[in-house]
Design a protein around this ligand. Sequence first.
Ligand SMILES: Cc1ncc(COP(=O)(O)O)c(C=O)c1O
Length: 352
Amino acid sequence: MSLRERLEALSGLSGYEKPPPHSGLRMDSNENMALPERFQRDVMEAARRRVDARQYPAGATEKVARAISSYLRVPAQMITVGNGSDQILDMLLGHLAERGDAVLATDPAFSFFVDRCALHGMEMVRVPYGPDMRVSIDDILEASARADMVYLDSPNNPTGHQIRRADLRRLAESFEGVIILDEAYAEFGGYSAYRMPKRYPNVVVVRTLSKSFGMAGLRVGYMVADRAISDVFGRVLQYPYPVSSVSAEAAVLALERAGEASATWDVVREERRRIITALRGYGAFRVFDSDANFVLFDAGRACRRIHKALAEQGIAVRLLGRVGESAGCLRVSVGTKSMNSRFLLAVRDLLK
Ligand SMILES: Cc1ncc(COP(=O)(O)O)c(C=O)c1O
């Protein structure tokens, strides 16, 4: 294939649609704004003092892996660090599957992953969420017979639904290919499956500090996997220095303060409940339960109007439009109490 043909083929694909930069209330990217600014400032300043940027970050990812090992109480040999979980997902897809393999993903699923499947030339087996924004494990089990790899984001982006632990076990018992569990939002959910790779070596759990530790800007993700997968990933596949020295030091310092971060996860859960209850109370939307730090709601035909009117007030939420049978979906990230109150009041005023 000539370069021109290759570029034409690539330009026909879609890439991840990044939210535009803006200075108002950011409630469109599922960041953890409930984490006090002071936390990240302290961590960044201390990290900067530890770092000599003239040097390559030798040993940095190993240090982060040891800090994650203490945080999760999982052996460090099962942990590999990457440039955000995006990069890990992309590498798993590119190296643990082959062009033309069938990858099972729910519909909807994290759009970046679905886009990357197209880029890597994978066939897709999609399992749709139902009208209640839940997915049936029986449907997943049945479809997995046609798949070489399974990807599940749980809690799912954008529905917020977390697959039950017992259902994941059923899948792991029956499916022999690689199962990627994307747990970007697990700290806000009911449980985490990060211990599964010990018992099921084909399960890889991908996690991130972007949401739980409010470090989206520093790009630190990791995976928990069987030692054989971790070894190959760390020694052969991963770049020599996937995260910067500042990011690595900041990650270690943040993980040492996991208690403070976890207090914000409780706040997010409480605030999530408040947003769901209030939006339901307005009587104009279908509002779905969530196990993540965001809430999906169907505003029907009003969704574009609401999205635009909120944007005009400096409040950014994610416009999704059709998700399954719900025609007008919006996704709002749970922010600080005052951000959430501003969002709720603005929506209420728009309904008057
Ligand atoms: C389900 C899911 N996985 C992974 C990511 C990427 O996270 P990271 O910042 O670690 O690349 C996101 C980000 O929005 C996400 O929603």
